[in-house]
Design a protein around this ligand. Sequence first.
Ligand code: SD4
Length: 328
Amino acid sequence: MKRKTFLQRIALGGTGMLLAPKLMATDSFQTVSRKPLILSTWDHGFVSNEQAWNTLMTTNNMLDAVEQGVRVAESDPKVSSVGYGGLPDRDGNVTLDACIMDSNGNAGAVSYLQYIKNPISVARQVMEKTPHIMLSGEGALQFALNNGFKKEDLLTPEALKRWEKWRETSDYKPVINIENHDTIGMLGLDENGNLAAACTTSGLAWKMHGRVGDSPIVGAGLYLDNEVGAATATGKGEAVIKEAGTAIIVEMMRHGYTPQQACEEMVQRIVAKQKDAEDFQVGFLAINKEGQYGAYALHKGFRYAYHSEAVKEMKDSRHHFADVKDTY
Ligand code: SD4
């Protein structure tokens, strides 16, 4: 293990054990914001937050806000990790995962959905119009078409070109911070302290056909409990699913962890339990009902967008490993 990495682990008490909240090293880093507040992952979160904010100002409805917000990233062909323009699986199919949750604890999700540009809106309709939480694949597509969504080819010429280039080697491995804009997870807290959250992705580039990541799975890529707070995840979904990442973060907050402490503890747990953690990226973003928020990642590079009435800006997440592997 590299010396710097080892020292950093020691400094953070990275044993994977549930540390008492008061022992965490970064308590002073905790930040509180005025409500309302909207947070979302990666650079594409900035414009998505703006749309969410504008929607909130006109509808006063945070669920509408997060849905409309993440639709911006989904609809942008230049965002190659979400919705239209997303990089395809290894067979050239764009397959999408999304999840939405409201302040009443309702959830809706779609997974392995093809041909629909805005899966988050399908997820919302699953939540509001069916007795189920998740529809998948062909069934999700049929549901979408029956509810007025348009069938479209989501593979852009740019994504096709990159897939063809990838096929020259067909090298299949996780890529850390692929272009610094991956899954969008958005967390919104309204002025009354009620939460809504959304998460949407095209998943890992070049994944096996049929692979579903953490993003549509309640408690993995997204979780919200309106009594406590909400959290979302980005990065290698398999690593997040195994730990029930966001469900446990919210549970830690219920037991007194700040959002920052809870995100750090979950990353420590991944490091302690998953021996290849140095080779992939995972990042978490969390908020509690008071408007405290936090973020933490395995590696350098995870950024998130912050939007309150007074401030809109990008913030760099703290991270666990001291060194970035330049080879990725
Ligand atoms: C997945 N978590 O499908 C998603 C991908 C991602 O940042 O978030 N990339 O595993």
